[in-house]
Structure formats: C-alpha cells, structure tokens
Design a protein around this ligand. Structure first.
Ligand code: APR
Length: 320
C-alpha cells in the first residue's frame, strides 16, 4: 500500500517542524508548499538529508506548485504571517484572510479529499474562512489550538505539582485567544480533578488562577521571548498528534477548533471543543455540561470569535 501523502501549506517555522516530525514518525511522504521559491525546496532537501542518520522512510518534496499536493490525505496549513511582539492574533486577520483564500482554492482544486488542519491565526476565524473558500465537508476541516493550549496548561500544572506531564490531563475550550476557557473541573492529576487537589492542600487557588492566566497568555509569552516570530515546536507537535489520529484512525479525544452545529447551543460555528478524530475526520463533538460560570466564559469566547468572523465577511464579500 502506498504511503499516505501529507501536504504542508506554508514552509516556515511551523511548516518545517511539521515536515521533520512527520518524517521522524514516518507518517507518510511529505510535500512542502510555499510561495517563497527556494524555501520549501531547501527545507525538503535538508530534512531528506537527515533521513540516513534517523533511518526514516519518507520522501520530501518542496514546491511552489499546488499541482504537487494532488491527492494529499492530510493538509496542514500554516501559510500566512505570524505575530510580532505587541501584536494580538487578531491583528493578523486582514493579511491572513487573503492567504486563506488562495490556500482554500488550492486545496479545493488539488486535494479535495484531504483532512485539513489549519494553524494560521487568528485560528478560529481562519479555519472558518478556509472551510468556506475550500468548500470541503465541515468534518474534514478543523483547526489546531486546543491540543496546544491544553499542552501548555498541562506543562505548567506538571511543574506546579512536581509530577510527570503524562499524568496530567487538561481541558481547554473556546477560541484560541485571550478568551480561551481552561476548565479546572475537567483537568486532573492522576485522575484527581484540580479543585480536589486544592482542597487536599497540594496547591492553592491563587496558584491555579495564575496558571490559567499563563495558559491564556502562553502564545504571547513566547512571542515576547523570541522577539521575531511565534511558537513553532509545540504548535507543530500538536498538529501532528491530530494528523496521526486521523491517519491511523486512533479516535483520540482531542480538543480542536471544529464545526459545531447543535452542541453547546451553537448553530454552525467553528470554535474550540473536545472532539473525536478518526478516519472520517471530526467524528464527534463531545458536548460536555458546563456550569453557569463556565458557560458565561464560553459564551464570551464565542462572541469574540463571532466578531472576527463578521470582520472577515466585511473584508471579503464572497464570505458574506
Ligand atoms: N501561500 C503559501 N505560503 C504562504 C503564503 C501563501 N499565500 N503567504 C505566506 N506564506 C508562507 C511564508 O512564505 C512563510 O514561509 O507562510 C510561511 C509562514 O511561516 P512563518 O512566517 O515562519 O510563520 P510560522 O511561525 O510558521 O506561523 C505560521 O501559524 O501559529 C500561526 O500565527 C502563526 O499565522 C501564523 C502561522
């Protein structure tokens, strides 16, 4: 059986890291696409030359021609511009919306059966626009945010509790921005929910609140430290986790920006929710029960995303 084909649209910091990880994990043959001629070809060759030492079997191709993504099983989209210090993800909207139009059309015309994972920010609005421009089924187009946000939350919690990250689960809902909704009630250490751990005296409510804020600001913290770009290792790893669940039909329960129609009181809207990812794409949206406070935070987050979607419609008439 032929190896799966993974198309990476955008061969920048995240795109290159995605290609390297896909090769190391032997998820399939990789095509790196970018508009900056030389970049995708150079990265593809560089990663291919790591093959003999690593011992992976995967071909790497760099291209500026959409025809080369033909028949891709997975497309991961990072095309666009990242944040600079002082910018919010929302500041990228105008530029990246135009990029989503060309990428959406490129996928529609060349890889209409692919499972598409969008990473470009502002994520929730860009994944919506990408789906509109591509016309692919909603279940086959999603956005990577929740896996990354919950990984950041898990990392901070594991440091606070002094335990392995493997034993920390965390739950983050809503948009990928300042209004994201980390849910302590559904986040655990060894299966024990965070509020119980505070009751047990293992940590304090103040510390838990600090960690939630640091999670919300997780992307900005890295933008501030790097000074010339945004995070790329953890975002790439998170998207690879989602792609692997699709390609291997793992049916992982992963939070991602998915099309929600019915659940959470939403009628046809992209936002961060827990999902099951398998061979059919987003196979299920897990509709958890929120308490009043959680629902209020979620609604606020949804409103923020709705504002961005409205702004997209204002910029591009074809989306209205
Ligand atoms: N089509 C294809 N590639 C494009 C296009 C386009 N229309 N426009 C820009 N690109 C390419 C750039 O040439 C660049 O190589 O997208 C790549 C983006 O790479 P980086 O600038 O290194 O950005 P990166 O850190 O990878 O982040 C990409 O993901 O997390 C988000 O906010 C981040 O929106 C940003 C995206």
């Amino acid at each position: 059986m032929a190896r799966p084909k993974i198309a990476l649209i955008g061969a920048g910091q995240i795109g290159g890291t995605l290609a390297h990880l896909a090769a190391l994990k032997e998820l399939g043959d990789v095509v790196l696409f970018d508009i900056a001629d030389g970049t995708p070809q150079g990265k593809a060759l560089d990663i291919a030359e790591a093959g003999p030492s690593e011992g992976f079997d995967a071909t790497m191709k760099g291209t500026t021609d959409y025809a080369d993504i033909a028949g891709a099983d997975v497309c991961i989209v990072t095309a666009g511009v990242p944040r600079k210090p002082g910018m919010s993800r929302d500041d990228l909207l105008g530029i990246n919306l135009k990029v989503m139009k060309s990428v959406g059309e490129g996928i529609r015309d060349n890889a209409p059966d692919a499972f598409v994972i969008c990473i470009t920010n502002p994520l929730d609005a860009m994944v919506w626009a990408l789906r509109e421009f591509s016309g692919l089924p909603h279940a086959k187009v999603c956005g990577m945010a929740g896996v990354l946000d919950s990984a950041r939350y898990r990392h901070f919690l594991s440091v606070e509790f002094g335990v392995s990250m493997k034993d920390v689960t965390a739950f983050v809902l809503g948009g990928h921005g300042d209004t994201m909704v980390p849910l302590p009630r559904y986040s655990t250490v060894g299966g024990i929910p965070l509020p119980d751990l505070v009751d047990m005296g293992w940590s304090t409510q103040e510390k838990m609140d600090e960690i939630i804020q640091r999670t919300r600001d997780g992307g900005a913290e890295i933008v501030g430290l790097l000074g010339n770009g945004s995070a790329f290792y953890a975002p790439a790893t998170s998207a690879i986790e989602m792609a692997e669940s699709y390609l291997k039909d793992q049916k992982r329960v992963l939070p991602c920006a998915a099309y929600v129609d019915g659940a959470y009181g939403l009628d046809g809207f992209y936002v961060g929710v827990p999902t099951v990812i398998g061979a059919d794409g987003i196979e299920k949206v897990v509709n958890i029960k929120l308490n009043k406070d959680e629902q209020a935070m979620f609604d606020k987050s949804v409103d923020a995303v709705k504002g961005l979607v409205a702004a997209c419609k204002g910029i591009d008439d074809s989306l209205a």
